[in-house]
Ligand binder design. Structure first.
Ligand code: MF3
Ligand code: CO
Length: 251
């Protein structure tokens, strides 16, 4: 599929979808505490999303059963919330959410440290966040998509993190996942793609402290690191502009 260029009206709707998702994440961050279940997080997220007249992007997406992906420690993405899974001190918790506003999706994710973690895990979280902003910083009309991929991959390389080749960012708009796919490391395919004004992209570095190999859980959604090492994930939906970018999902 060709990469879609959004009209001015579509950009307005995506901006609102992003603004609301920023608020959803702020509410989730405030509520996140040891002792709460990952299902409590999902319930709150869905409530806030609906209170703004939006639909959760993820609920029923290819059969996904929840509104928020809650991925703890060695879970990289797509963790299914559960009443039995309680958050505890020393966890790292990735919250990934999307909202649909008048037919347009926004998508973003944050990883939070609960209490205290070891130095390496803290570095993993901080550097994965930094990789997202390093990737975003180079965005403007006319650059190669691979400039974004290599800026992200450089941070992983410097830190010796594992980069999962099968998990990528993506275009976003009328559909949650649109072309182009955005790998988190330098690659040949992204060399041939030039960014244009009006593209909207979900950039989402995901790194581990160990392996780049993944494992699919028995629920057929949760994706974990094969060696059990912790993983972090940060994501924003951005708009490509003539001279740079706008982050649509808030700071
Ligand atoms: N941000 C995640 C992604 O881009 C969203 C997963 S949606 C799900 O893959 F519904 F499939 F979980
Ligand atoms: Co995404």
């Amino acid at each position: 599929m060709p990469i879609t260029i959004k009209s001015e009206r579509e950009i307005e709707l995506m901006t609102e979808a992003g603004r609301i998702l920023g608020i959803v994440h702020k509410e989730l961050e405030k509520a996140l505490k040891p002792g709460m279940s990952t299902l409590d997080i999902d319930a709150l997220g869905e409530e806030v999303i609906r209170s703004y007249g939006c639909e959760p992007s993820f609920l029923n997406y290819n059969g996904y059963p929840a509104s928020i992906c809650v991925s703890v420690n060695d879970e990289i993405v797509h963790g299914i919330p559960s009443a039995k899974h309680l958050i505890k001190e020393g966890d790292i918790v990735s919250l990934d959410a999307g909202v649909i506003y008048k037919g347009y999706h926004s998508d973003s994710a944050y990883t939070y440290i609960i209490g205290k973690v070891d130095k390496d895990t803290e570095r993993l979280v901080n550097e994965t966040r930094r990789a997202l902003y390093e990737g975003i910083k180079v965005v403007k009309a006319g650059i190669k998509l691979n400039d974004v991929c290599s800026a992200i991959g450089k941070v992983a390389k410097e830190n010796g993190f594992g980069v999962f080749e099968c998990l990528t960012g993506h275009g976003v708009g009328r559909n949650l996942h649109e072309d182009p796919y955005i790998p988190n490391l330098s690659n040949h395919e992204s060399e041939g793609i030039i960014l244009k004004e009006g593209m909207t992209l979900a950039i989402e570095p995901m790194f581990s402290l160990g392996t780049k190999q993944v494992w699919l859980l028995e629920d057929e959604w949760g994706i974990v690191t094969r060696d059990g090492s912790p993983a972090a994930h940060f994501e924003h939906t951005i708009l490509v502009t003539k001279d740079g970018y706008e982050i649509l999902t808030g700071e």
